[in-house]
Design a protein around this ligand. Structure first.
Ligand code: G
Ligand code: G
Ligand code: MN
Ligand code: NA
Length: 254
């Protein structure tokens, strides 16, 4: 209860902040997308990871207000980045299944785009496959309407959880993000290597782009480049950073 009240305070008083992690084009080496990752600047605990409060916020319903703040802030930041000259950069925003199931989600996204002035094409909603489990048709319908607006959709943590290849057929996605659990041992483990290559090939046959997450070493990056993975994200390139640092980073790598 205490954490729940504190989280409400944080949402109301903007004690939340967004960090950004670049995704690197494997061919050009340039950053052409960034993922927004929320952090809570807690007065006593310091910087709290979303892994420690997003599940709570999903239980209490606070994820709706939190998610709207994240979406608005990410759009505003990206408009600033575009104004600084990086107009081809898109922003990935993590969307909880709880958010996408709310009937006014489409209106929320439209409002965030309208108020910020960010082109829909520069917004990329990252969601896990399980978001479309259960009330499938209504969610899939919302996803199609988002795509019609020009918004991009990424399937996050691909290959984990209760995933099924049925969802990849139903979700009107542009991109797949291969979960970092496959990338971790991709050099050492033949199964992980085979799965990663297979997912890249399957995605390309479905006309989807592929992002590898959790790329920590040059050897992993080389493996992924060799196998035509489109975008690389991970500590090998950059840790998530505050927006002020992102502008500097983009001046060097954008
Ligand atoms: O960087 P990291 O520790 O930030 O993220 C931990 C987890 O929290 C990841 O699964 C990530 O997808 C999730 N996450 C990060 N930011 C957000 C957000 O703004 N909304 C939601 N729903 N999840 C987020
Ligand atoms: O679930 P999602 O893919 O949105 O979350 C991304 C998570 O991966 C975040 O917690 C982010 O901080 C973390 N992350 C980003 N790069 C790396 C990396 O190179 N290695 C590891 N272990 N985690 C990473
Ligand atoms: Mn993500
Ligand atoms: Na992931």
């Amino acid at each position: 209860v205490k954490l729940r009240n504190q989280l409400q305070d944080a949402i109301d008083n903007h004690a939340l902040t967004l960090y950004y992690q670049p995704m690197i084009d494997s061919r050009t080496g340039q950053a052409r997308s960034v993922e927004a990752l929320v952090r809570w600047e807690h007065p006593e605990l310091g910087l709290v990871s979303p892994a420690d409060f997003v599940p709570l916020a999903e239980e209490t319903g606070q994820i709706i207000a939190l998610g709207e703040w994240v979406l608005d802030q990410a759009c505003r930041d990206m408009v600033k980045l575009h104004a600084a000259g990086f107009r081809d950069c898109s922003v990935g925003v993590n969307i909880s299944p709880v958010q996408i199931r709310k009937t006014d989600f489409l209106a929320t996204v439209k409002r965030a785009l309208g108020e910020s002035g960010l082109p829909a094409q520069a917004l990329d909603l990252e969601m896990v496959e399980s978001a479309v489990i259960n009330d499938t048709s209504q969610v899939v319908d919302t996803l199609h309407k988002l795509r019609e607006l020009g918004v991009q959709i990424s399937i996050d943590d691909f290959g984990t959880g209760f995933s099924s290849l049925t969802y990849i057929k139903q979700m009107p996605a542009n991109r797949i993000k291969i979960d970092n659990s496959f990338i971790k041992e991709v050099i050492k483990n033949r199964s992980d290597a085979a799965i990663t290559r297979g997912v890249i090939s399957m995605a390309h046959h479905l006309s989807l782009e592929v992002v590898a997450e959790g790329v920590e070493t040059e050897a992993q990056a080389n493996f992924l480049r060799r196998n035509q993975c489109d975008l690389l994200q991970g500590y090998a390139f950059s840790r998530p950073m505050p927006f002020e640092q992102l502008t500097e980073y983009m001046n060097l790598h954008g």
